[in-house]
Design a binder for this molecule. Structure first.
Ligand code: UD1
Length: 318
């Protein structure tokens, strides 16, 4: 019987958490609808029990939660522009799925759920860094959906005593992030294009900034959130990031050094629903989890470029 359930286990963040749990000798079950997750991402996770199933179906949630003690809920339909194009699909796969999972988790006697929140909840307010006490101000359907999930987490802790912990991720990047869809994270897209010698497009003037967070830091935050005392973390929400930011223009320059790309980016109109600047205060995660980011942006990007170069993932079709 698996102790841990990872939802979205064939996606970028889910498979990375599952891999670390397995490396630590834990028993893991994964579930993924394979809507955006990829079967290829399950390579190396053979010791994980895998269920192909959709959390929008309550029966799939019940099957996934059976006998489990802790859930890492990473399944979602990521991407701001995808949510602008199809807000209903984002709602079904983020909000309905999360509520179904929580109901099933409670029924199965799951002890703790760690939830993948999103920095998009803060919206485009000018104050930096973003602190958890700030009022949320979602400006895209994606941000609304991820924030609704956060509220369900807090309420299930309060009303039903489920130990829920929300980690608000800030622009996570690293190996296994899908670089082949135009809904992918910008660094995955740029790695693929620059390695292929293709010109990327920057939406806007490139002076927007992000607290880009290397995957290992987020995996670490999740494992800490799973083991921290309930008295400290149950019902809490905290940022998971690095506490520093970089503009897209600067990130592009570093990527040119790492990939050997010699061209310039194209510049297009700003993207609808885009936040201009994003930077986390990570004080709360430090205090509650003892979290400390271990891999900085440049080193994370170096490892990421290396992975895309060596795995061939950058040249595979979607
Ligand atoms: C948002 C969230 C992030 C979440 C992600 C999920 C914020 C601040 N961040 O990321 O925490 O994990 O959704 O999908 O809300 N861009 C280009 N060219 C491209 C692609 C993107 O210039 O080809 C630009 C975008 O316009 C944006 C920046 O790069 O300004 C980052 O975009 P993206 O990687 O899609 O992430 P966010 O929307 O910032």
């Amino acid at each position: 019987m698996a102790k841990y359930l990872v939802t979205g286990a064939a996606g970028f963040i889910g498979r990375s958490i599952a891999a670390e749990l397995l490396a630590r000798g834990e028993s893991v079950r994964g579930i993924d609808s394979l809507i955006t997750g990829k079967r290829a991402n399950l390579a190396g996770l053979e010791a994980m029990e895998f269920i192909e199933g959709d959390l929008a179906e309550p029966s799939a949630c019940a099957k996934a939660c059976d006998g489990v003690e802790v859930i890492f809920h990473e399944a979602a339909l990521a991407s701001v522009p995808r949510s602008v194009a199809d807000p209903v699909a984002t709602n079904v796969n983020c909000v309905d799925a999360t509520l179904n999972l929580l109901v099933a988790a409670r029924a199965a006697g799951v002890r703790r759920v760690v939830y993948a929140g999103s920095s998009s909840a803060y919206g485009d307010t000018p104050t930096l860094p973003k602190q958890e006490e700030m009022l949320p101000n979602p400006i895209s359907p994606y941000a609304v959906a991820k924030l609704a999930g956060e509220h369900y987490m807090r309420v299930f802790a309060r009303v039903y005593g489920l130990e829920t912990v929300v980690l608000r991720y800030f622009n996570v990047f690293g190996p296994y992030q899908d670089p082949t869809s135009h809904y992918s994270g910008v660094l995955a897209i740029f790695c693929r294009m620059l390695l292929a010698g293709e010109q990327p497009t920057i939406h806007g003037d490139g002076e927007q900034s992000r607290d880009f967070t290397y995957i290992d830091n987020v995996v670490e935050a999740n494992l800490l959130a799973a083991s921290a005392p309930a008295a400290k973390v149950a019902g809490q929400m905290m940022n998971a990031a690095t506490g520093s930011r970089i503009t897209l223009n600067e990130a592009f320059k570093i990527l040119c050094e790492l990939t050997g790309y010699k061209g310039k980016p194209a510049y297009g109109p700003p993207r609808a629903g885009d936040v201009h600047d994003s930077l986390a205060d990570i004080g709360r995660a430090k205090e509650l989890l003892g979290y400390e980011p271990k891999v900085d942006f440049r080193e994370g990007l170096r490892r990421t470029v290396e992975w895309y170069r060596e795995s061939g993932a950058a040249s595979e079709s979607a």
